[in-house]
Design a protein around this ligand. Structure first.
Ligand code: GDD
Ligand code: MN
Length: 415
């Protein structure tokens, strides 16, 4: 029986950040293995934690009665969040609480929680109600249906952010694009690599030493471990009602550090996942052909608008119009041919328009990259404008292809 349940806090593991293959033998008398362990990392969430625990317990109890645990990992919050959680343990027998006084940081908090977890499936959710709890059911279902990793994503059907400013969206997407360039084989596998709401099979991450750097533990899980099949479930990132976000500029710097560190240290470990994500050569060729068709469209329109024998409009104005029509042409062909399989699944108008806008932005950025590379190569590498231009076009094409693949048509590694 669970009467032996006392209000003792969990002992904080020390040493390597490694998840054991088998759940650790527990000091408690009711020690047994369970299906699901959900970590709730908290720092200064006093006004949220009660509600979070209540909602999550009631929800999970419904589909996994008694077969789960909630583990709050609090970093000794000055508002004593851990104390509030601890006081709820009597009422919620599946709740466990850890108060960390030596270490700090979101990623390591999650890992420390997983280290004491008894579940076969390990999950994480924010402790501020910004992650809608209802999504848990679908995430669990995906795991049951065979996925190794199930990620709640803002960037698939049903996903989104509630009311983010353009600046915040831009920063978030910028971080993703940076990841796509530095760590394509890891970041490109999912549509929302920044998600802090996911679950993974213990068997996939056990025995690997994880790194505590940064806020984005999912990168670590995809980059260093053996996850095979990945599933995604759309969710809307809600606004915070209580407390405040802990994200500052420091987290962006840490993110960069994290990307580079993964890049430099995952040559061997990430192999398995990298093999699975072969470069989509067929799509790339089609994309290239479509790009070529754009050159002809651009030329033809430029002739029609600016040639002295035709409309004789000013050159710059003509070129801008010609360029934009070429982008439109390319979009149509890519949507109907290169990415036909993806487009088929999202035929509604607003989806098409959204894809077109993204494509447009990515291609314009591609143009900037084109000019930059042209100048760099011409001035510092080979002082031949045509070779420099060819290299610039090559780099911009790869950029246009890769970023559009991942952001506009969102081709990921997800079934
Ligand atoms: N233990 C511990 N230690 N918890 C922390 C720490 C820490 O140093 N820093 C933040 N947390 C907890 C917060 O209390 C909250 O429950 C959760 O981690 C997310 O922190 P927020 O500060 O609310 O982050 P956000 O709202 O910007 O969320 C973004 O990051 C999350 C975590 O990666 C989004 O990208 C989310 O999707 C993502 O889950
Ligand atoms: Mn938050």
């Amino acid at each position: 029986m669970r009467n032996s349940h006392t209000n003792t806090l969990l002992t904080v593991p020390s040493g390597d950040l490694q998840i054991p293959k088998f759940p650790p033998a527990n000091v408690r008398t009711d020690s047994r293995n369970i299906y699901f362990s959900l970590i709730i990392p908290t720092y200064k969430e006093r006004d949220n934690i009660e509600k979070v625990i209540k909602i999550l317990s009631e929800l999970i109890e419904e589909f996994l009665p008694e077969d789960y645990e909630l583990i709050v990992v609090d970093d000794d919050s000055p508002d004593r969040t851990w104390e509030v959680a601890q006081s709820m343990m009597a009422e919620y027998p599946n709740l466990r609480v850890m108060r960390r006084q030596q270490e700090r940081g979101l990623s390591s908090a999650v890992i420390r929680g997983w280290q004491v977890a008894r579940g076969r499936v390990l999950g994480v959710i924010d402790g501020d109600l910004q992650h809608p709890p209802e999504v848990l059911a679908q995430l669990l279902l995906s795991i049951e249906q065979g996925a190794d990793l199930a990620v709640a994503s803002r960037h698939v059907e049903g996903g989104g952010v509630s009311s983010w400013s353009a600046m915040r969206r831009f920063l978030s997407r910028g971080a993703q694009v940076l990841g796509l360039i530095v760590l394509p084989g890891v970041v490109g596998r999912v549509s929302d690599p920044m998600s802090g709401y996911f679950m993974v099979r213990r068997s996939c991450i056990a025995g690997v030493t994880l790194n505590p750097v940064g806020y984005k533990i999912l990168l670590e899980v995809i980059g260093r471990t053996n996850v095979g099949e990945i599933a995604e479930v759309g969710y809307v990132f809600c606004e915070r009602k209580e407390g405040e976000s802990k994200v500052t500029w420091k987290q962006y710097v840490e993110y960069l550090h994290h990307l580079l560190r993964l890049r430099l240290t995952t040559k061997q470990v990430g192999q398995k996942s990298r093999q699975k994500m072969a470069f989509p050569i067929g799509r790339f060729l089609r994309f290239g052909l479509v790009g070529l068709s754009g050159v002809f469209v651009d030329m033809a329109i430029l002739y029609l608008l600016s040639d002295p024998n035709t409309l004789a409009l000013p050159l710059t104005r003509s070129k801008i119009i010609a360029g934009e029509i070429a982008i439109f042409n390319n979009f149509l062909w890519n949507d109907a041919w290169t990415f036909a399989d993806v487009a088929m699944q999202q035929q509604e108008w607003h989806h098409r328009v959204k894809r077109f806008l993204k494509f447009n932005i990515v291609c314009l950025a591609g143009l900037v990259i084109n000019v930059l590379v042209l100048n760099l190569v011409f001035n510092f590498v080979i002082p031949n404008r045509y070779i420099a231009n060819l290299s610039a076009i090559a780099v911009a094409t790869v950029w246009n292809f890769w970023v559009n693949l991942k952001l506009s048509w969102r081709v990921t590694d997800v079934k």
